[in-house]
Design a protein around this ligand. Structure first.
Ligand code: CUA
Length: 157
């Protein structure tokens, strides 16, 4: 066995572990009545995202005077929309799902940080008071270009 095969073996072993942990957390927690990911959101077919009312066209929608909803799709190796634009002094609810594999949606410098799982919708509400520009990154290893997977969040004046 050469080094490359060992590497592969470890990679597979760690993947199995990761999937196992996630399964434990996601399903174990639901069993205990604690909810981790999108438990009040219906599941969706990742293959049918293009036809989905919310995720067919990833976007930001105004739903109240200062309230917005952002529908975001994560996929290898981009976020859609790649620039999320919301006004300052707004309350934004993010709905994020994944098209292919597990990603995360993490807005650098804020407490917005959620795992994004195909078929599930992660939801979180955040207030943005000040204008600013944030990077959006993926914290879950998702493939060869994981480290380049990034988007932007602009809070405009
Ligand atoms: Cu997407 Cu890492």
């Amino acid at each position: 066995m050469n080094i490359h095969s060992y590497e592969k073996l470890w990679l597979i072993a760690s993947m199995v572990l990761i999937v196992g942990f996630i399964a434990t957390i996601t399903y174990g927690a639901v069993g205990l009545g604690i909810t981790m990911v999108g438990d009040d959101e219906p599941t969706i077919e990742p293959g049918e995202l293009s036809d989905d009312e919310r995720f067919g066209e990833p976007r930001v929608e105004q739903v109240g005077e200062n309230e917005y909803e952002a529908y975001v799709v994560a996929q290898t190796f981009i976020f859609q929309p790649d620039v999320i634009e919301v006004p300052a002094n707004s309350e934004v609810t993010f709905y994020v799902t994944a098209r292919d594999v597990i990603h995360s949606f993490s807005v650098v410098g804020t407490n917005v940080n959620t795992m994004v799982i195909p078929g599930e919708v992660s939801e979180m509400t955040v207030e943005f008071d000040e204008p600013g520009e944030y990077g959006v990154v993926c914290n879950e290893y998702c493939g060869s270009d994981h480290h380049n997977m990034e988007g932007q969040l602009h809070v405009i004046p």
